[in-house]
Design a protein around this ligand. Structure first.
Ligand code: ADP
Ligand code: MG
Ligand code: MG
Length: 889
């Protein structure tokens, strides 16, 4: 037969699933011999059975009463015994700490009779009536469902009548009167009387805790935190101890280390003559924990000893709730404490230093998300006022700059040395120069995977997107907030990409010590703990990880930065930005060419420019692999906007002028190249097969760059990557062309060129035919952004705003598949391609270069899938190193 109740002496920390976190840790403390008020835990299983069947499982109450009898026997009195009542607390406690569930009910067992007994044995009438008053209030709200405001109004009214400022000034008579008022309120509101039977109080309190598992707030919280709905909560029933019995009593909370910085020492708050609830409620001012040392040196010394025991036992920062009853210390709760990102690293390093944990434990206790947070500068929140608006925290960090409303203005002002924030409704590839020039990007539309968000994250640039409260008037160069504040171009804004908030005016910044350390190895004074923690974690990760970490970088500057961050090469060097800027003219000529000769001229003019780019990138990454991807996006992306051209031509005609011939030619080309679904159109390898000379030009530029570097004494390791391949024949055709051109360059330069040629796997067909593709590919790199789009059949740019939030709300996906790899679908394709690719070509080098390469959860998947490397934006390189290490533990 199932067992539903465990005494605190029977459980332990490894039983959190059954006993909940609180119950398991109460049992653990009991086992360690710490002074825990006796009690027992009703299991999560009992809760589940109750919720499933609508009634308590058979035998549960019998078990509860026999455990209660044991507690009564130990105390030498009975629950609610009229002359000397044993009182109980009923405390909820699920597997994961969970706000929104029913709170604790204290002082179960008091009634009209036992309150008098309590007054006598405690020697304090006021204490007894205050306890009873609290019970009726808590029971009335949480168990009987009376609105809390009724009780609050009643007590406020009484204070008015008595003309006293707060509760502590109400005397025993006042409180007794309040109890009467409360009981009448309950009867008025529910038609029921406050139960006088202690056993009934206990029973109803336990069931109310069970029921609160399905409360609306609790359900919402679970959904947000991805906590399963079917775990249920345990209920802890425990003898009450009293911190409100006079000046030699009190309650407090304590941490074994500073949870903000990780520094060792005792931290916490204490409140004399109070119950624990008062400490957190902030009704009265607490004093620092040290004060307990003065008030009660003996209890303080014991507390310190217990805290040391707990930290050594849990081998981690613990937080603790305790109560002192007339000089005697009682431990009421402990758990491994929450901490800031900074403290997580510092504590892991300190505990490893003390030999309490192994270096691997230390690595397991930190994570990439915390590291990412530590790399960004922060606002000094104490110095900021109210935000102008909130949006989605798309790319973390803090930035200050003048508001500008278009890319050109951003570039112009930045060139003049001004810091700017680019404000748009949403961004497009045309805004790229402005985004690069800006300190931060703010949009009023779009979600976490909108263009602005993705590009900003890639660049490590602060971004708040989807700030829908703002109405952005691009033409008027201003935006308006809901309260009517108008923000004109040039107004200084502070953008908090970590919190998703925007402030008017400059908010002071605190620099990131961790970033400075990662960039140049310096450790600032005052940040030694966290910097040492980060250094140690990364050292360990590098020692144990199997995955290599490369960076996605298109410029020599990014390449150099990535290298400083520890990148072991470039996994994706996109060539499309090399077609922008001044070179646009040449690209237009290539696209508009009417003859082969015209096209060859344009390509010939582009070649040396690309060669120069590649030479500098190969120099920055000397000795490390640089995977260069041939041109991917559709050509019309390099042509001007259709509407703009049409308007220009139409207005020329309206003026009676002849429209510009170049404009007309461009418009024709734009029309000709228009695609309904550019994402599925003429792009990637298809361009190479259709536009004569394009592949040859790019390969020649790569080959000549390699030859130059070799002749200059360097060690260039270029790899050529073909995008969007769906069939081995596409790759074969391109590869023959690559080999032909490299042969020519070898001959003319006298340098033997052996650049590996590989392909991206970013279409389902490529993954499914990977065995064939591997015949021609010397390496694979998963383009998981496109692979996700094509597997799900939705385009990232379009679905975001349309239905992603609904899908997330309804739980179709736990998180966006563009942020965290969809293991079940996309992951399956990855698995097939790895297995079949390596069946054809054992030892085939395989990496990933989508955004997922820097996402912690996805990195763990790629490790398990047997990939050789991940490639991510330079700023994510340390994060990926850390997570690759954690994946290998
Ligand atoms: P939470 O999960 O909100 O921390 P707890 O179950 O810890 O809820 O209860 C809240 C507070 O109630 C505790 O911090 C403690 O001060 C008080 N409390 C709970 N049980 C007892 C008890 N047996 N004796 C005295 N106070 C208690
Ligand atoms: Mg607690
Ligand atoms: Mg792609």
């Amino acid at each position: 037969m199932a067992r539903y109740v465990y005494d605190f002496t029977e459980g332990g920390r490894d039983m959190a699933g059954l006993l909940g976190g609180k119950g398991a840790n109460l049992a653990e403390m009991t086992r360690l011999g710490l002074p825990v008020p006796p009690g027992f835990t009703i299991t999560t299983e009992a809760c589940r059975a109750f919720l499933d069947s609508g009634g308590e499982p058979p035998g549960m109450w019998e078990e509860v009463s026999s455990h209660l009898s044991a507690v009564e026997a130990a105390a030498g009195r009975l629950l609610g015994q009229p002359d000397d009542p044993l009182l109980l607390s009923v405390r909820s406690g699920a597997r994961f700490s969970m706000p929104g569930m029913m709170e604790t009910i204290l002082d179960i067992g008091l009634n009209d009779e036992s309150v008098l007994g309590l007054a006598k044995v405690s020697g304090s009438e006021r204490f007894a009536w205050d306890s009873y008053r609290r019970l009726v209030q808590m029971f009335g709200t949480t168990v009987m469902g009376v609105d809390a405001s009724h009780f609050e109004r009643a007590i406020a009214l009484l204070k008015d009548v008595r003309a006293v400022p707060d509760d502590v000034h109400l005397d025993a008579g006042d409180l007794a009167q309040l109890v009467e008022t409360y009981k009448n309120l309950i009867h008025l509101e529910t038609g029921e009387y406050f139960p006088q039977s202690p056993a009934e109080q206990l029973r109803r309190a336990v069931l109310a805790v069970f029921q609160s598992w399905n409360g609306e707030r609790a359900r919402l919280y679970r959904r947000r935190e991805h906590i399963p709905d079917d775990l249920g909560t345990a209920v802890n029933v425990q003898r009450m101890v009293f911190g409100n019995l006079g000046p030699d009593s009190g309650s407090g909370v304590a941490f074994t280390r500073d949870p903000a910085t990780g520094r060792p020492g005792l931290y916490g708050d204490y409140l004399a003559n109070a119950q624990g609830e008062d400490v957190v409620a902030g009704i009265r001012n607490t004093v620092p924990l040290d004060e307990l040392g003065r008030l009660n040196p003996d209890a303080f010394a014991r507390l310190r000893a217990h805290m040391e025991t707990l930290e050594r036992h849990y081998r981690d920062l613990c937080d603790i709730e305790f109560t002192v009853e007339r000089g005697t210390l009682w431990m009421l709760q402990t758990r491994v404490g929450k901490r800031t990102a900074e403290a997580a690293f510092a504590i892991a390093a300190a505990l490893a230093d003390e030999g309490l944990i192994t270096p691997d434990d230390g690595l397991a206790r930190v994570n990439g998300e915390s590291l990412a947070r530590l790399m960004f500068p922060r606002f000094d929140v104490s110095a900021s006022g109210d935000p102008l608006a909130h949006g989605i925290p798309a790319s973390p960090g803090a930035a200050v700059g003048a508001a500008v409303f278009d890319s050109a203005e951003a570039v112009r002002r930045a060139a003049a040395g001004e810091k700017v924030v680019l404000v748009r409704q949403e961004t497009t590839p045309d805004d790229l120069p402005g985004m690069i020039a800006a300190q931060a990007v703010l949009t009023s539309r779009g979600g976490k995977t909108s263009h602005a968000a993705v590009v900003a994250r890639g660049m490590g640039k602060v971004c708040v997107c989807g700030a829908e409260e703002l109405s952005v008037d691009l033409g008027g160069r201003r935006f308006t907030t809901p309260d009517g504040t108008v923000v004109e171009e040039g107004t200084v804004l502070s953008v908090d990409g970590t919190a998703g908030a925007v402030y008017a005016g400059p908010v002071a910044l605190v620099d990131s010590a961790v970033m400075r350390f990662l960039e140049d190895g310096r450790a600032d004074e005052g940040a030694a703990g966290v910097v040492d923690g980060v250094a140690r974690a990364l050292r360990r990760a590098d020692a144990v990880r199997r995955l290599e970490v490369r960076a996605n970088a298109d410029t020599p500057e990014d390449a150099a930065r990535a290298r400083r961050f520890g990148a072991q090469g470039i996994g994706l060097c996109r060539t499309e930005h090399m077609f922008l800027g001044d070179r646009r003219k040449l690209v237009e000529e290539m696209i508009l060419a009417r003859t082969d000769a015209e096209r060859d001229r344009a390509l010939a003019a582009l070649m040396p420019l690309q060669r120069e780019d590649f030479t500098r990138i190969l120099e920055a990454m000397d000795g490390l692999p640089v995977t260069i991807r041939l041109l991917d996006p559709p050509l019309h992306e390099f042509l001007p906007d259709h509407t703009e051209l049409a308007v220009r031509i139409a207005s020329a005609e309206a003026r009676g002028d002849l429209p510009d011939a170049h404009d007309v030619a461009l418009l024709t080309a734009v029309n000709r190249m228009h695609e309904e679904n550019p994402m599925l159109g003429l792009r990637g390898v298809r361009l190479g097969l259709v536009v004569p000379g394009l592949v040859a030009m790019q390969v020649r530029a790569i080959g000549e760059a390699v030859a130059r570097r070799v002749l200059a004494g360097g060690d260039p390791r270029a790899e050529i990557m073909v995008p969007l391949v769906g069939d081995v024949r596409e790759l074969r055709i391109v590869r023959e062309e690559v080999q032909r051109v490299l042969g020519e360059v070898s001959e003319t330069s006298g340098v033997a060129l052996a650049c590996p040629v590989g392909t991206m796997i970013e279409l389902p067909r490529a993954a499914l035919t990977a065995g064939r593709i591997a015949e021609e590919a010397e390496f694979f790199s998963f383009g998981t952004n496109d692979l996700t789009q094509t597997t799900w059949g939705f385009s990232r740019d379009d679905v975001e705003a349309e239905f992603f939030s609904a899908y997330l709300d309804k739980g179709v996906f736990p998180s966006s598949p563009f942020e965290t790899l969809d293991r079940e679908g996309v992951g399956r394709l990855v698995g097939i391609a790895v297995a079949e690719g390596r069946a054809t070509r054992p030892g085939l080098k395989i990496g990933v270069c989508g955004e997922h390469g820097g996402d912690p959860d996805s990195v763990h998947f790629f490790h398990a899938a047997g990939l050789d490397y991940v490639s991510c934006s330079p700023f994510r390189v340390p994060v990926a190193r850390l997570e690759a290490g954690r994946a290998a533990l």
